[in-house]
Design a protein around this ligand. Structure first.
Ligand SMILES: [Zn+2]
Length: 333
């Protein structure tokens, strides 16, 4: 028994060592991250977060939330979605949000765009940053967007062709990269295929989504080891859900592989549609706290962010969904 445990520990130890040695930026020593090392946070609370909250938030409050987040120093704030309100009623005021928002220079306000119709509506209100989404799982694609992965990519190609012509920044999301609620495990080859296609179509960055939060640092590391043999690490972001309490650890595993962009949601907004009551998005406060500790420069003011977190949680009549929020807000009270 003891020997088995020891053997298990060795295996884990070896995997991590091998993994770290396999990429040039991989063997990171946390105490030696230079102060100038930038880390980009893509704040997804106002879209991915609010879309998965039960309460429908007033347009003015959405605008206030986005502006407050920008006020914390966040330079990438996903603002809304141009998916039909028939499917996503929470984002039915997409055009009004973009019109009422006072947009700052140097800040990106990406919006989700599902098709040409959505793109037209987004362009009409001056959107310059869009995001498209595909799944690494065939079953998830069918249930989520009613078509195969290939069909969804073809549909998005029309959007990206137009977007590239207009010089838009295009971000791609790949969902279910570490597991699917219908198919279970997803082979890395699926993720590589979809990621490569999205890059070829003109996406400047691909956000790898652990949509149901089943990933662990082990599965994240293995996926990135496979993916980064063909895809440049600068093109990759991670979008980790905290359903099983693994989100921060998974981001750390990605950092070890050289990834320097991660998505998160203020106050951990957004539940998990596949596990009722479970937590969804990684909370931005928790991510910033970890990155500060690692010595990264995020440009985000954690104190201000905590105020926004408390404000939006009160607005939604929910508990602050971040560990850091709970700990530090308690101290202040
Ligand atoms: Zn999410």
């Amino acid at each position: 028994m003891e020997a088995a445990i020891r053997r298990g520990a060795q295996v884990i130890g070896r995997r991590y060592t091998t993994a770290a040695a396999s990429t040039s930026i991989g063997s990171l020593r946390y105490s030696t991250v230079p102060a100038s090392s930038r880390f980009t946070i893509v704040e997804v609370g106002p879209r991915d977060g609010l879309q998965n909250e039960k309460t429908i938030v007033a347009t003015g409050d959405k605008v206030a939330l986005i502006e407050k987040l920008v006020g914390c120093g966040l330079k990438n704030v996903e603002a809304t979605s141009f998916v039909s309100p028939k499917w996503v009623p929470q984002m039915g005021d997409n055009s009004q949000v973009m019109q009422q928002l006072s947009r700052k220079n140097g800040v990106h306000y990406p919006v989700l765009v599902p098709n040409i119709e959505g793109l037209k509506n987004a362009l009409a209100v001056g959107v310059t940053d869009i995001a498209i989404f595909a799944a690494a799982s065939e079953q998830f694609s069918k249930k989520n967007v009613n078509c195969t992965i290939e069909e969804s990519l073809k549909r998005f190609e029309k959007v990206t062709n137009e977007g590239v012509k207009l010089g838009l920044n295009i971000r791609g999301y790949v969902s279910c990269v570490l597991g699917c609620p219908y198919e279970g495990k997803i082979p890395s080859s699926n993720v590589i295929k979809v990621t490569t296609r999205l890059l070829e179509m003109g996406c400047s960055e691909i956000s790898l989504g652990d949509t149901i939060g089943v990933g662990t640092p082990g599965s994240m590391s293995r996926l990135l080891d496979d993916l980064l043999t063909t895809v440049p690490v600068e093109k990759i972001a991670v979008h980790c859900h905290d359903t099983y309490g693994q989100a921060l650890a998974n981001v750390l595993a990605a950092i070890e592989k050289g990834v320097r962009t991660a998505d998160s949601s203020v106050a951990g907004l957004g539940g998990c549609p596949y596990a009722r009551g479970a937590s969804g998005n990684l909370a931005t406060e928790d991510l910033v706290y970890m990155l500060n500790g690692l010595g990264f420069n995020t440009g985000v003011d954690l104190d201000k962010l905590l105020e926004v977190s408390a404000w939006v949680s009160q607005l939604l009549n929910r508990e602050v969904g971040s560990k850091v929020g709970r700990a530090l807000l308690c101290k202040k009270a």
